[in-house]
Ligand binder design. Structure first.
Ligand SMILES: [Fe+2]
Ligand SMILES: [Fe+2]
Length: 436
């Protein structure tokens, strides 16, 4: 399950805590920070559970405005009347169930963070909610874990909701919607019967996506020993997660009007993004021995610079001048963006993904890909992997129009990866002789 199987949203649980296992993060939209407290709605048809939640949430009254609904119908009534920042719902309920309720919320207010709280027995039903849900939490859980998860969600909203970014994105009329192709694939994946052939069939309907899939499958970065001629073969080799990520990114790249901002090099940005995605995936698969997170790393890599496309599209003249200044001074682009716009492409991209309701780790990784220390240095996080993959890709000097981003040496030292980085850099430069 592409985006649903990577990291834990509440990894900061104290050791030994019994209870809520924050499984499979899935997403988190971010909207401009609402005035006042975060509004949270809990929906559960078990009165005893509602009582427990009410008691547990009482100490949070200063921070959160929490409401409760007993059952799907009551929940639906409330969401029809007002918008909530977060909704936490049981899955299996008589009458209107969690999936139906979230479907309604998604249509009415897509920016609401949607969380399903389910028992292990409901897992097969939960799988059918992919795309509807931002986080899955598993019962039983401790209230502390639930609170920590909700705080994390609110924290992302806070982090991305700074005034300059709100001002900037508020001025970026009509941010792109989540691509149809991505939705179609995500919807197909909601059925456990969907095969990779079906995914290939959907992808094949779009010539641009098919072309990119074949290009990537045949690139040196993936290193398949034979030539790949068909989309269905490529889907088998690359995996559904990679195809889903491409279905998200490719429509944005192909829709870009290259005449709008001639100083912005869309083709080199595409190649750079695809290579960063492939490198990040490889780092997880081969060096970090974590194939579980490899698919999410690919998604983060392919989308990490998507904010550049938005800025080039929406503020073409200003962005052209920013790119020119970055090149003329040899200063990293994100620093010049910060100087003139008050926010960076990393934040703009993360903001877009948050609006689309994509997984929290993905949003964090994109937001922090130039500043991985923001995500902590205890363990190597997704942001760190994207940061390293970004820097590694730049060391190859394949895209002269893009100002390179050096690796954060302090971060490497703190994570104990300095020696590894050198090996990765050497291997990459030795074995990759052509670009995507
Ligand atoms: Fe970047
Ligand atoms: Fe980059």
């Amino acid at each position: 399950m592409p985006f649903l199987s990577a990291e834990h949203c509440c990894d900061d649980r104290p050791a030994g805590t019994v209870g809520f296992v924050a499984r499979e993060p899935v997403a988190t939209p971010v909207s401009p920070k609402p005035a006042g407290r975060t509004k949270i709605l809990f929906v559960d048809d078990e009165p005893a559970m509602v009582r427990v939640l009410k008691m547990g949430m009482r100490p949070m009254a200063a921070e959160w405005d929490v409401q409760f609904a007993e059952g799907g119908e009551a929940g639906l009534e409330l969401v029809k009347k007002e918008n909530f920042d977060v909704i936490v719902t049981d899955m299996r309920m008589a009458g209107i169930n969690g999936a139906q309720l979230l479907n309604h919320v998604l249509r009415r207010n897509p920016e609401t963070v949607r969380i399903i709280l389910s028992g292990y027995a409901d897992l097969s039903e939960v799988v059918s909610c992919v795309g509807l849900t931002h986080q899955f939490l598993t019962k039983p859980c401790s209230l502390d874990d639930l609170k920590s998860c909700l705080r994390k969600v609110a924290g992302i909203k806070e982090k991305l909701g700074h005034a300059k970014l709100r001002e900037l994105t508020g001025g970026l009329a009509c941010l792109p919607g989540i691509p149809e192709l991505y939705l179609e694939i995500t919807e197909a994946l909601q059925s456990p019967l969907t095969s990779s052939d079906r995914i290939a069939e959907i992808a094949s309907q779009d010539p641009a996506l098919s072309a990119k899939i074949l290009q990537i499958a045949n690139s040196a970065f993936f290193g398949f020993s034979r030539k790949v001629f068909s989309v269905s073969e490529a889907v088998q080799l690359l995996g559904i997660g990679v195809i889903q990520s491409l279905a998200m990114a490719v429509p944005l790249f192909t829709a870009f009007d290259r005449k709008r901002c001639p100083g912005f090099h869309i083709d080199q940005t595409w190649e750079h993004s695809a290579e960063v995605a492939a490198i990040a995936r490889r780092l997880y698969n081969e060096h970090l021995d974590d194939s579980h997170r490899a698919e999410q790393a690919f998604a983060a890599g392919i989308m990490h610079d998507i904010g550049k496309l938005i800025l080039a599209e929406k503020l073409p003249e200003q962005y052209e001048a920013i790119i020119a200044e970055s090149k003329a001074t040899g200063t990293e682009l994100h620093k010049i963006e910060r100087k003139h716009l008050g926010a960076t492409h990393a934040e703009v991209g993360a903001y877009l993904l948050a609006l689309w309701g994509l997984p929290v780790p993905l949003i964090e990784a994109i937001a922090a890909h130039h500043a991985p220390r923001r995500c902590g240095v205890g363990t190597l996080c997704l942001a760190g992997v994207i940061h390293i993959a970004d820097a590694l890709q730049h060391t190859q000097g394949l895209h002269p129009e893009l100002t390179p981003n050096p690796v954060d040496a302090e971060y490497l030292k703190l994570t104990g990866l300095d020696a590894h980085y050198e090996t990765w850099r050497r291997n990459l430069n030795e074995h990759t002789d052509d670009s995507i």
